[in-house]
Design a protein around this ligand. Structure first.
Ligand SMILES: O=C(O)[C@H](O)COP(=O)(O)O
Length: 309
């Protein structure tokens, strides 16, 4: 398990949900597929918060309409430059085999959470993470990257079957969700850079809100594009009752979580995201409620699942 700190004024999880895991506990008597949470604290384990997905008798467990939507945020799995401890930013590098495994594991953790639309950045490490995670999804719908970069791209990628479309999940790629541009640090080794410029200076570049790296983006500048895109393009889907997954990057997601959790520029300094660990929010009546996060380096990731999804 990787170390993970999610310290913020709004992220004090209900300890009741701490250290629980989402598991399928088989079908209950009415034939509904019941999902529950196994509270794995200590030696005791019990199923809490059972969730019933209505069955239409054909084995389809599409969630009943609810006033809630789920939002999954996930940082890409380990990339080849994460492994080399290099500043990556907007350099488009792929996952390592470990990053592939992290994406597959993430998919197992979210395999029962409904997903209707996926957003990724324009970078392969976030797209690989989304696709690999979706290979584990229970509904086995096919994630399809949408192409609207030109009229020809849009017309040449058209799907001419409503049934096939029904069995697909649109994947929308957006440069606005790319990692913050690390400027003249891109490609440099993080430890060597700290040795050269000082640990405090590099920490300031990496984690502060308004101090940009040399000729790069500050978190604030990254937020200007990532949070604006989230509000304009992602939130309307949630408002329409669609369940959304966003696969992106450490800092583009830090800027979005800062917005969701209303973190101050001081609090966001301590917000760290591990590679490949999904985080769950519930969107309800215009508000975002954190429903799960990894609670610590040695505990299973936490998904407190609401009754209505
Ligand atoms: O761009 C990178 O180097 C990593 O994705 C994030 O780097 P950071 O943890 O230094 O922000």
């Amino acid at each position: 398990a990787q170390s993970h700190r999610w310290n913020s004024k709004n992220s004090r999880l209900d300890r009741r949900t701490a250290n629980v895991r989402l598991v399928s506990v088989g079908s209950c008597c009415s034939g509904n597929r019941k999902l529950g949470l196994v509270c794995a604290s200590g030696s005791q384990s019990s199923v809490i918060d059972p969730v019933h997905l209505p069955s239409n008798g054909k084995g389809d467990h599409s969630p009943k309409k609810s006033s809630e939507s789920s939002l999954i945020l996930i940082r890409h799995g380990e990339s080849m430059w994460n492994e080399k401890n290099l500043f990556t930013g907007c350099v488009d590098v792929p996952l390592t085999p470990k990053g592939v495994d992290e994406a597959i594991e993430a998919g197992k953790r979210i395999c029962n959470i409904p997903i209707d639309v996926i957003f990724t950045s324009a970078m392969i490490r976030s797209q690989m993470t989304a696709m690999l995670a979706m290979m584990q999804h229970r509904r086995k719908k096919v994630p399809i990257i949408t192409h609207k970069e030109s009229e020809q791209a849009q017309s040449w990628s058209k799907i001419y079957s409503e049934d096939t479309k029904e069995q697909s999940i649109p994947v929308i790629t957006a440069w606005q969700l790319n990692e913050r541009m690390y400027g003249e640090l891109q490609g440099l080794n993080k430890q060597e850079t700290a040795d050269r410029f000082g640990k405090e200076q590099v920490h300031e570049w990496r984690r502060s809100y308004d101090t940009p790296p040399p000729n790069g983006e500050s978190l604030e500048m990254c937020a200007d594009r990532a949070v604006s895109y989230f509000k304009d393009q992602v939130v309307p889907h949630l408002t329409a009752g669609k369940h959304v997954m966003v696969a992106a990057h450490a800092n583009s997601l830090r800027s979005i979580i800062m917005h969701l959790d209303k973190l101050t520029s001081q609090e966001v300094i301590s917000l760290e995201l591990s590679t490949g660990i999904p985080m769950l929010y519930i969107f309800k009546e215009g508000e975002f409620i954190r429903r799960g996060s990894p609670v610590g380096p040695s505990e299973a990731s936490v998904y407190a699942y609401t009754r209505n999804i």
